[in-house]
Design a protein around this ligand. Structure first.
Ligand code: FES
Length: 154
């Protein structure tokens, strides 16, 4: 990792008061917001700043599905594969996304623009089938709608 990146990590961490272990999650979220994942180099700095052991930080990273420890695309596309969405055609939506993005579940496109990550439920079952792109929700999906949504991010 370049020095610039380390400086950026440092700037983010220093926005938070030191030695506040209860701020670990917001710190991790801010780092991920900037880099799209938690760079391994940041864990040592976060540990030092928050006084939370590196082991505990890795435990948190493993426990919470929201955190990624490897680089992801600029846009994380999360189609729902939960029961309500499945009943209303999510399998077809997921198939379509895979063919359009040319990636399997859990993978990132070669241009690093999109990562595809199916999820168990987005908590918006009334809009089934659903997906999220970063923080945006989309519902009542079909192939045409997915195509239009992807276009807005290309
Ligand atoms: S099952 Fe898809 S949003 Fe709940």
């Amino acid at each position: 990792m370049s020095e610039v990146d380390i400086r950026k990590i440092d700037q983010i961490i220093k926005r938070f008061p030191p030695h506040e272990s209860n701020l670990l999650i917001p710190i991790l979220q801010s780092v991920q917001e900037e880099f799209g994942y938690i760079p391994p180099e940041s864990v040592k700095l976060i540990s030092r700043h928050s006084k939370v052991s590196r082991n505990k930080i890795y435990g948190v990273l493993t426990f919470y599905a929201q955190f990624a420890t490897t680089p992801r695309g600029k846009y994380v596309v999360r189609p729902c594969r939960g029961t309500a969405c499945h009943v209303r055609g999510s399998a077809s939506v997921i198939r379509y996304l895979k063919s359009k993005l040319k990636v399997e579940d859990g993978y990132t496109t070669t241009d690093n623009k999109f990562t595809l990550e199916t999820v168990a439920c987005l908590g918006a079952c009334f809009l089934a089938p659903t997906m999220m792109v970063n923080h945006d929700y989309y519902g009542n999906l079909n192939d045409k709608k997915v195509e239009e949504i992807l276009k807005t991010y290309r």
